[in-house]
Design a binder for this molecule. Structure first.
Ligand SMILES: [Zn+2]
Length: 135
């Protein structure tokens, strides 16, 4: 895998799809799709997310581990699960979406900058990224 040193965001999603897909919540880093490369043999599946738009997930063809996801609702961004970079970077969630559906045990991490009760559109997420880069 190759990534820029610094992700655009440390991100969590508490939606009911992620609850099932990632077993609790999605936790990961957000990168521009064209700056990420993931080697190895991958398979891919797509489904219609709650927004009605497509969510695409790459997974290892051998063990099934999910390695990346690309929600159409934020076209141009790729999400990499936090576990892949655990040795390189401390996961410090900055934005969470679908907070209404969050497990109470997650609490409110002190690194959180924005918490959206429902979805994070490209406009909302872009605004947060922009604000953080000006800070
Ligand atoms: Zn989700």
């Amino acid at each position: 895998m190759e990534f820029p040193d610094k992700p655009l965001l440390h991100f969590m999603c508490h939606c009911s799809d992620c609850d099932l897909l990632w077993n609790g919540a999605y936790m990961g880093f957000v990168y521009p799709t064209d700056e990420v490369s993931i080697g190895g043999e991958k398979s891919n599946f797509k489904y219609s997310a709650g927004s009605g738009l497509i969510l695409e997930i790459d997974f290892c063809s051998h063990c099934g581990t999910k390695v990346a996801s690309r929600p159409e609702i934020v076209d141009g961004l790729t999400y990499i699960p936090a576990g892949f970079l655990k040795n390189e970077m401390e996961f410090s969630p900055q934005v969470e979406i679908f907070a209404y559906n969050k497990y109470k045990c997650f609490g409110d991490p002190e690194t959180l900058v924005e918490s959206f009760d429902h979805n994070g559109t490209l406009e909302r997420i872009s605004a947060v990224i922009e604000a953080m880069n000006q800070a």
